[in-house]
Design a protein around this ligand. Structure first.
Ligand SMILES: [Zn+2]
Length: 243
């Protein structure tokens, strides 16, 4: 438990960057763009999808270790990328522990934040994560905003109303999410609210419905820089939000 008096006030223009699924571009492209702006970010790693068999489209564990060493956060996206609402507490725990074990084996900092695969979440799953030591977890844009497969707007994270293990996504990028949506998400990050952005691959080779073009991503990051945003990883929320 953090003593609230030790917390920093939430500044305006606070933005959390997250990248799901361990796309190859995490290491080959995204990391350099973020380093160029001195931005933080979280890479949510799973051994599900085709992580284990398609190393043209997914990062290797060696590349994940490099991202950790570069100062980025490695977050937990479960072993199998299954719908956690259909898992027993024991199955969810095992799936989370598997990624922690892989991180330990590769000398990677133990994850302390989580991302719900395919945005499926429940209060029960959040309780399990809390019991096994997780601090923050990111869900999707629903139920407050309609889920749309190719990118969507969502609520800003308001620590006064949202549970830290059910942090909403303020914007997730895809073919139907554009610069106007990025600017809209930025505009939500005021008065104690935080914009939480979700990207998949830049580009997402295996999942074109959530892909982002490199030129668009560079433009988005440039905008956040020019606006003077504080851009952080999920774990850095602990500086501002008591849990
Ligand atoms: Zn995912």
């Amino acid at each position: 438990m953090v003593n609230r008096t030790e917390l920093l006030p939430i500044p305006d223009k606070l933005v959390v960057l997250t990248f799901d699924d361990g796309n190859k571009s995490d290491r080959l492209f995204v990391a350099d763009v973020l380093l160029g702006h001195d931005f933080g970010g979280t890479f949510y790693i799973t051994e599900g999808l085709n992580f284990l068999v398609n190393k043209d489209h997914y990062v290797t564990w060696e590349e994940v270790r490099e991202l950790d060493e570069l100062g980025f956060e490695i977050g937990n996206h479960t072993q199998h990328h299954r719908n956690v609402t259909k898992l027993s507490p024991e199955e969810l725990t095992a799936s989370v522990r598997h990624i922690e074990k892989r991180c330990t084996e590769h000398g990677i900092t133990k994850p302390t934040t989580f991302c719900y695969p395919a945005f499926n979440n429940s209060p029960g799953a959040a309780r399990v994560l809390e019991e096994i030591g997780y601090k923050f977890a990111r869900r999707g844009v629903a139920p407050e905003f309609p889920y749309q497969a190719e990118g969507a707007r969502g609520p800003a994270y308001d620590p006064e109303t949202h549970h830290p293990l059910l942090v909403p996504t303020t914007g997730f990028s895809g073919p139907k999410w554009n610069f106007d949506d990025l600017k809209w998400a930025f505009a939500q990050a005021f008065d104690g609210r935080i914009a939480v952005l979700c990207f998949h691959g830049v580009p997402g080779l295996e999942h074109p419905w959530v892909t982002t073009k490199q030129s668009d991503f560079e433009k988005y990051m440039q905008y956040l820089k020019e606006e003077g945003c504080t851009v952080i990883a999920m774990r850095d929320l602990a500086k501002y939000v008591g849990i």
